[in-house]
Design a protein around this ligand. Structure first.
Ligand SMILES: Nc1ncnc2c1ncn2[C@@H]1O[C@H](COP(=O)(O)OP(=O)(O)OP(=O)(O)O)[C@@H](O)[C@H]1O
Ligand SMILES: O=C(O)c1ccc[n+]([C@@H]2O[C@H](COP(=O)([O-])O)[C@@H](O)[C@H]2O)c1
Length: 206
């Protein structure tokens, strides 16, 4: 899954202090691009986060690994593209042998009492979120911030998740307090958007 060359610092969970608001931004980052950086910056600002964990997954359970670059390469490229010191690139999921987000969040919660986390994802992810392993558990673990993405702005509204958890939707005006809210709670954040995607870049259209 990952070779010997992933530096040990990336295999540990980043250090956080009690009382912090921390965003969890998981991705394949195959490769990382400016659209990811935009999402991270929007999340940091709009959610009033102290830190954002840029979590390079060992492999999205719903995606083929055929085209997946090595963890080492995706980490190196993530480091090269992220300049904000509040963004912590990490691959601790590989070290803990977890790849389902439900397991990741349970682990993060158990290890960090007194810290408020929020899961961050692009609007396209919300569309098929109900296919993720134990997705209802994910909804009940941490609040979720969905960041707008071209092509998914409206379609997400008809998603199973948006309909099932309509009662838990929070106005984006309250985004700075989202991390402190009890799950289930989710918000949709509008703002500047990027049309970039890793697929387009891999296909030479980035
Ligand atoms: N341009 C973008 N705008 C908003 N969210 C994005 C954008 N690109 C990626 N994301 C979000 O970032 C997270 C990680 O995405 P991922 O690494 O799969 O990138 P991707 O460009 O969607 O890749 P691929 O094209 O290979 O599916 C996901 O939550 C995804 O929704
Ligand atoms: O847990 C799942 O079933 C699951 C299914 C699809 C995606 N995820 C996670 O969602 C994040 C975004 O994945 P990706 O490939 O769209 O960048 C990443 O952290 C994945 O591990 C998780």
């Amino acid at each position: 899954m990952h070779g010997q060359s992933v530096q040990s610092a990336y295999l540990r969970m980043p250090h956080v202090e009690k009382g912090m608001q921390v965003g969890l931004f998981g991705g394949s980052f195959n490769p990382p691009h400016a659209g990811h950086v935009l999402v991270a910056e929007i999340a940091l600002r709009r959610l009033a986060l102290d830190q954002l964990w840029w979590m390079v997954t060992p492999g999205n359970p719903l995606k083929s690994t055929r085209e997946l670059a090595s963890l080492e390469e995706r980490i190196a490229r993530s480091e090269a593209i992220t300049r904000n010191p509040r963004i912590k690139v990490t691959a601790f999921e590989a070290a803990h042998h977890v790849r389902y987000t439900a397991d990741t969040l349970a682990l993060v919660r158990a290890r960090n009492p007194g810290v408020d986390f929020v899961w961050i994802m692009g609007a396209d992810s919300l569309r098929d979120f109900h296919r993720w392993e134990r997705w209802r558990d994910i909804m009940m673990t941490f609040p979720i911030a969905v960041i707008d993405r071209p092509g998914a702005t409206l379609s997400f509204l008809s998603s199973v998740v948006a309909r099932s958890f309509d009662y838990a939707r929070v106005d984006e005006m309250n985004a700075p307090r989202l991390a402190r809210m009890k799950a289930p709670a989710w918000t949709f954040i509008h703002g500047p958007r990027s049309t970039l995607s890793s697929t387009a870049i891999r296909n030479g259209r980035g």
